[in-house]
Design a protein around this ligand. Sequence first.
Ligand code: C2E
Ligand code: MG
Ligand code: MG
Ligand code: MG
Length: 284
Amino acid sequence: KAKQDGRNTYHHYDESLDKASENKFKMLQLLRPALSEQQFELHYQPIVELKSGNINTLEALLRWPQPDGSMIPPDLFIPLAESSGLINELGSWVVRQATQFCAQLRQQGHSDIRIAVNLSVMQFKDGQLQRTIESALYEAGLPPEALELELTESLLIDETEQIQKQLASLSKLGITIAIDDFGTGYSNLGYLRNFNASKLKVDRSFISPLCFSEHDESLVGAIINMAASLGLKTVAEGIEDDETLQKLLSLGCDIGQGYYWSKPLPENALIEYLLNRNTLSGGF
Ligand code: C2E
Ligand code: MG
Ligand code: MG
Ligand code: MG
């Protein structure tokens, strides 16, 4: 009896595992055609200078809309694109698409707007990254200063030398580098200087509880001060309300991003958002 129970348990476990890997496998098979059939979209979220309220940068975020109207979130399909080797092609598409959109906005009068693109560390492995980026900028007619690259802190621990060399070369061109999700890894700020970063994006998990705990407040305050002493600007991710915004201003935070201003929006909605903002503030 015990033996049979054991086998049943095993069988059950096996089945759910099968289900999970079957779903993964299905998604994997759909990824490549999705890319060649242009099913992916980029949405854009404003990044705001807290004191002036100016939008200086837009972060490009990948979306994979489904026939039923739902969206597969990037946290699900990007790891699959990485493990299947598709991430380089997908990442190149993102850079080309985002730079084209940035150029379009500049032509429409948003002459200083910049674009931020998330990179996977896998994209540093084939030695093609700089060429891909340079040709995207050239084709869009954008200066390198229009582009920011975001790299997740916790992923910068492996193969650092290879990444550091490429980042040094990219930042020499005028492209800026931001460390994403700061606080989720274990690196100290001094170490991060080796990546030529000019910005630190403090992870949302530190920002949302900011109004509730003094501990979080002094932690974020310390990060902002240390970053400033190293010449880095701090970006707070995930600002959702005015209370959090005021707190961050009082802590000396430079830049923010979050639903308080806008969720990531498709191209047309973002253009409309920028126009409304300029009308409200009597802008250009
Ligand atoms: P991330 O780069 O840290 O992007 C910020 C995430 O926080 C986005 O999630 C954004 O929608 C969300 N967010 C922004 N403001 C708020 C807020 O006020 N409240 C809440 N609750 N969430 C907020 P999203 O779009 O689901 O992207 C998840 C992650 O997927 C990104 O995190 C990034 O690491 C990755 N990702 C997205 N697009 C790309 C891409 O083109 N390439 C690569 N390699 N990774 C990407
Ligand atoms: Mg990011
Ligand atoms: Mg982040
Ligand atoms: Mg992230």
